[in-house]
Design a binder for this molecule. Structure first.
Ligand SMILES: Cc1ncc(COP(=O)(O)O)c(C=O)c1O
Length: 367
């Protein structure tokens, strides 16, 4: 039986290869590589896609989060609410500002639980980073209500949810300064590293535009302590081409998710991801199931040629580099349980319905 890889970009790239080759050639001919017309064009297109006034391209998603936090003045002495279960980079960005990440447990949607937010508030709480994990939108209405009450800076982590929406408003358009990653596996991915910040605030866009380039307000004038985190012209050219495909590719992801939803209802102890609703439209960056027999199921699928992944096997508060936070084993039971039960199934544009059916059939057979 043909193996089913966990992820592949083959189908996406086969379709746009001529456009990519053309863009590469154009760039070599005009010789602009850093912060030129393609970056400006992509920033404009990406902002427009989100219905916000500004997008600023940066070098990667971690820097996007870091600069989005700094744009809100977040730094030493501050506490920032983060979900207990997320990608490591979410917490790392907070630590890098000098602030302290304060985890809030996630709910059944595997995004930050708005009902558990208030118990973590102190006089030092200055910001919140809701993460649209696995492509599922957070409950932004409730989060924005808390943020308004306490005057928090809101940084959406939209790295896994480009194209998702809540009440028709895009994720990445709700918070004050929102970060995304264009790591190649993302719903819109570069051919290397990349990231962006989306915002409605001109002052945020201006700060990040300077801060990504050594803090230079103009040539040889450094008004803020910046970093070097510029989006390449080549990556911007790639992203301009891929942005045109994003809605179509997300629709393909949703259709494949439907196959899993249909075939995996009431199978063993499986918990499936939340389904799309009229209000929340996820984009299935990953299709993550939960089961108490995760490792055995994973081995069974591997035996049938089906590759899977685990996002993420170690809770962030148990990572050695986060030991200074002093969050003991048992302090975040939901995050600790998820690290042992989550399993990501293959789901990406180009995967066929019959491959999805084969995955589901192998899972049913296991149970
Ligand atoms: C939720 C989330 N936040 C942040 C990041 C960091 O992005 P990058 O790898 O581009 O630094 C990622 C991606 O890896 C992510 O999945």
């Amino acid at each position: 039986m043909e193996p089913i890889p966990f992820f592949s970009l083959e189908a996406v790239h086969a379709r746009i290869r001529p456009a990519l080759m053309h863009a590469w050639d154009n760039m070599l001919l005009n010789g602009h590589f850093i912060l030129h017309e393609r970056v400006a064009a992509f920033e404009q297109a990406y902002a427009h896609y989100h219905g916000v006034a500004h997008a600023v391209g940066v070098g990667n998603g971690l820097d996007a989060l870091y600069l989005a936090l700094r744009a809100g003045g977040i730094g030493p002495g501050h506490e920032v609410l983060v979900p207990s279960h997320t990608c490591y980079a979410t917490w790392l960005a907070v630590v890098r500002t000098g602030a302290t990440p304060v985890p809030v447990e996630v709910d059944a949607s595997l995004t930050i639980n708005p009902h558990r937010v208030e118990e973590k508030v102190t006089h030092k709480t200055k910001a919140i980073v809701p993460v649209h994990l696995y492509g599922h939108p957070c409950q932004m209405d409730a989060i924005m209500a808390w943020a308004t009450k306490y005057e928090w800076w809101v940084v959406e982590d939209n790295a896994q949810a480009q194209g998702a929406s809540i009440h028709g408003i895009q994720t990445g358009a709700w918070g004050h300064a929102n970060a995304t990653s264009f790591y190649p596996t993302k719903n819109i991915g570069a051919l290397g590293d990349g990231g962006a910040i989306t915002t409605t605030h001109a002052s945020v866009a201006e700060f990040v535009t300077h801060a990504r380039n050594y803090g230079a307000a103009r040539k040889d004038r450094h008004e803020t302590e910046g970093i070097n985190s510029r989006l390449d012209e080549w990556q911007a050219a790639v992203l301009l081409i891929k942005l045109r495909e994003l809605d179509r590719l997300n629709a393909e992801r949703r259709a494949l998710a439907e196959v899993y939803f249909r075939l995996l209802q009431n199978v063993g102890d499986l918990v499936l991801p939340p389904k799309p609703t009229d209000q929340a439209q996820p984009v299935f960056h990953l299709f993550v199931i939960q089961t108490n027999v995760r490792d055995a199921l994973r081995a069974h699928l591997q035996k049938h040629g089906i590759d899977t992944a685990v996002h993420y096997p170690t809770p962030i508060h148990r990572q050695p580099a986060m030991a200074h936070l002093g969050l003991a084993k048992g302090s975040l039971p939901m995050a600790e349980r998820l690290a042992q039960t989550v399993l990501s199934l293959p789901l990406y544009p180009g995967l066929t319905v019959s491959q999805c059916e084969r995955v589901a059939e192998a899972i049913r057979q296991f149970f």
